[in-house]
Design a protein around this ligand. Structure first.
Ligand code: SAH
Length: 480
């Protein structure tokens, strides 16, 4: 290791920054945040720095660098754009045994300022010893995605009760076991879920009990989004990376599934057995059994778990059985497909509301019959509607909407094989047949659907409308 890693407590210590520009300002800010007494020296200061000096937040030296500025300093950062000056600062600092950092100059620096992931009081510092700061930044971005934002609160809680933990667990092995439980168990989840009082209670209860409670199972209902792996939320990614078991649906793509912890057990509950999907009750029983064994279960669903995903039933079942649960929303198909087809679901001139509908399920037929859906300024987004497209279109035309209403079918939305087919209520069933539209496909009905014609931006755009077909029946599809 070329550098000795070190976190320095500069609280109330005098430190020097040389330079008056934006870089010097950032360095001074970081030192001020750490509680140092910052002195800054330069011939001129950029306006914000000048204001801080004016307000007495930091002291200053005006003029060219002089060695006397280093008097009494614990460390110095050289942030001038003159290599000669920076060199002189580094040499003078060395003579006086003061640690010096020269911005962007590893060779002249005695200490380096790392890239940082801040979950204070937990801080991760990353350095490449100046070899490739850009790669340190990439690693930082990676850790930003993976590290739970509640970790800082967990560490602060541990700090508050540190003495009790030490008193309760005398030997290091049992203490480590307790901290493992604190990190992996319900406490971190409670902090993440904005329940700090319950988190503290759980920790104190464990401290009073005979030992750390056995690992408590939990279930997270996680939305995987519409298929594109980049559309997974950060929270979904983190939850997946902690899961012991993943129960996933048919709509969840391999790329999303690959983001789960490598050794997590993956169970397909969307598989069709002899034409029938795994029964919902079976999924309920599986979730419960795994959670009761103390495992962290992720129930991974396409789109959002609470939009035509039966997430409501699953949550109610799990809570009725006393299982700790959380719900991680996902980007639902209507939102994702519309965006990827260039269709704004609402529009100041064309649509003031959106209605999410399904053409499938217990009460779908009643819901369709009971509602007119006649407002031309409302966009309808229909899930699971492909198979019934003929009946749906006929019903809407007979009761509510003009046959000229714009419509779009988005098949495999957000995936490389996405196809967007634009037509009208009157022409759509025939278009769907002609292009052999398959599930999953989402139907968008309303004037905004016509925007796909000009604004579809994902995949190649192919005008597949046969000669003689009016303009409004253009089919846009990707080349693959
Ligand atoms: N919970 C999911 C919906 C599940 S119902 C969500 O929030 O998106 C399944 C239906 O969703 C499919 O029949 C289809 O209508 C729609 N759907 C899901 N993913 C889709 C995709 N990538 N492209 C088009 N439609 C999709």
């Amino acid at each position: 290791m070329r550098l000795y890693p070190l976190f320095a407590d500069v609280g109330d210590l005098p430190v020097l920054v040389v330079g008056g520009g934006g870089v010097a300002k950032r360095k001074a800010q970081a030192l001020l945040d750490a509680g140092a007494r910052v002195r800054i020296g330069a011939p001129r200061f950029e306006p914000e720095l000048a204001a801080w000096i004016e307000a007495g937040q930091l002291q200053s030296f005006h003029g060219e660098f002089e060695p006397a500025w280093l008097e009494g300093m614990w460390l110095v950062i050289a942030a001038t754009d003159d290599r000669g000056v920076n060199q002189r600062i580094a040499a003078c600092a060395k003579e006086r045994r003061i640690f010096a950092n020269v911005v962007d100059d590893a060779a002249l620096s005695r200490f380096h300022v790392p890239a940082v992931v801040d979950r204070s009081p937990l801080v991760v510092a990353i350095s490449t010893a100046g070899a490739a700061p850009a790669i340190a930044r990439r690693v930082r971005e990676l850790l930003e995605r993976v590290l739970d934002h509640a970790l800082g609160r967990l560490v602060a809680l541990a700090e508050r009760h540190r003495a009790r933990v030490v008193a309760r667990f005398a030997d290091t092995a049992s203490r480590r076991g307790f901290y493992d439980w604190l990190h992996d168990g319900s406490v971190l989840a409670l902090l993440r879920n904005a329940r700090p009082a319950e988190a503290e209670q759980a920790m104190l209860a464990a401290l009073e009990a005979a030992g750390p409670a056995p690992a408590q199972g939990s279930v997270a209902l996680v939305g995987a989004g519409p298929g594109h792996p980049g559309l997974l939320t950060l929270q979904a990614l983190r939850t997946l990376q902690q899961a012991d078991v993943v129960l996933y649906d048919q709509l969840v793509g391999d790329e999303v599934l690959a983001m789960a912890r490598r050794d997590a057990e993956r169970i397909d509950v969307g598989k069709r057995c002899g034409g029938r999907q795994v029964a919902q009750e079976h999924t309920h029983r599986l979730m419960l059994a795994h959670a009761r064994e103390g495992r962290r279960v992720v129930r991974l669903k396409g789109g959002d778990p609470f939009v035509f995903g039966r997430g409501g039933e699953e949550l109610a079942f799990l809570r009725a059985h006393g299982v700790a649960c959380e719900v991680v929303p996902g980007i639902t198909a209507a939102v994702a497909c519309a965006a990827f087809a260039g269709i704004p679901l609402t529009h100041r001139d064309h649509a003031q509301s959106v209605c999410l509908l399904t053409a499938h399920g217990k009460d779908a037929a009643d819901a369709w019959a009971g509602q007119a859906h006649g407002d031309p300024r409302q966009t309808l987004a229909v899930y699971m509607g492909v198979e019934k497209i003929e009946a749906l279109a006929a019903q809407l035309i007979s009761r509510a909407r003009s046959a000229e209403t714009s419509c779009a079918i988005i098949e495999n939305g957000t995936l490389p094989q996405q196809r967007v087919i634009v037509g009208t209520l009157g022409t759509l069933p025939a278009l769907a047949r002609r292009h052999a539209v398959q599930t999953p496909a989402l139907l968008i009905i309303g004037e905004v659907a016509a925007f796909a014609r000009q604004h579809a931006w994902f995949g190649a755009l192919v005008d597949a409308g046969p000669a003689g077909v009016p303009d409004r029946q253009v089919c846009l599809e990707t080349a693959c």
